[in-house]
Design a protein around this ligand. Structure first.
Ligand SMILES: [Zn+2]
Length: 237
């Protein structure tokens, strides 16, 4: 597998090259489609060779150009069934903050309008695949990938684990300020989040690639387990 990052370090947008074709993880912000087209061209990738879009969850920085992709290509979206109604809602559902710094930044992001960004409802057609119902879907298509549910940040959060031990975690983990100790930034369901943390430890990947921040080893998740168990939420208002 080859990993191409079409984003920037803070907002990764991974395009994965497998023998059978490309898999794209998430779709940036709503204004990112022209940049996406330029970047794949530069990487020598034809858009029709991107077979699947894995949507890790519905937040505005992940679904941005999903509508354009669905309308202009035959890409197959893979997502949690709970994502579907959120795509139709056209605005973020945000959880509470995982720490005081997260709360400050969430406030700033709200007043700057970034997290309040809305989108036109995204309606899925018969191409859709519910990854939570068919975690082995990719295996059946000849891709060395398992789909894993990682709820907590949002209920529709999923990640993918490759056979060579790389977990693409979506926003279940974040590697960078203001989210400390690899914790995510916003949490809708804290109990589910703590269970997802343990699930990642059980899966025991070698390396974790979060959507925000640089990759890091599984050792970090072991090291910060206590921090995760002791998270208390700060109301996001
Ligand atoms: Zn998110």
């Amino acid at each position: 597998m080859e990993i191409i990052n079409l984003g920037v370090t803070l907002f990764n947008n991974y395009l994965l090259k497998f023998e059978k074709g490309y898999v794209l993880l998430d779709a940036g912000y709503t204004t990112d489609y022209p940049t996406f087209l330029k970047k794949i061209e530069k990487a020598g990738v034809k858009i029709e060779d991107i077979k699947y879009l894995v949507l890790t969850h519905v937040h505005n920085d992940h679904i941005g150009y999903m509508k354009e992709l669905l309308e202009n290509t035959s890409i197959i979206p893979i997502l949690h069934e709970k994502a579907e109604e959120r795509l139709l809602e056209g605005k973020n559902r945000l959880g509470d903050c995982s720490g005081f710094l997260s709360r400050c930044l969430s406030f700033l992001s709200k007043i700057s309008g970034k997290s309040g960004e809305t989108w036109d409802p995204i309606i899925l057609d018969e191409r859709k695949v519910y990854g939570n119902k068919d975690p082995e879907y990719f295996k059946k298509q000849g891709f060395p990938i398992t789909i894993v549910e990682l709820p907590g940040h949002t209920p529709d959060s999923i990640g993918i684990l490759t056979d060579d031990g790389i977990l693409f975690s979506g926003d279940m983990t974040i590697n960078g300020f203001p989210a400390l100790h690899r914790k995510t930034f916003l949490i809708e369901d804290l109990d589910a989040y703590k269970l997802s943390w343990k699930k990642v430890l059980d899966l025991n990947p070698k390396t974790i690639y979060p959507c925000h921040g640089k990759p890091f080893p599984i050792f970090d998740m072991q090291k910060y387990l206590k921090k995760a168990e002791n998270i208390r939420l700060w109301k996001n208002k």
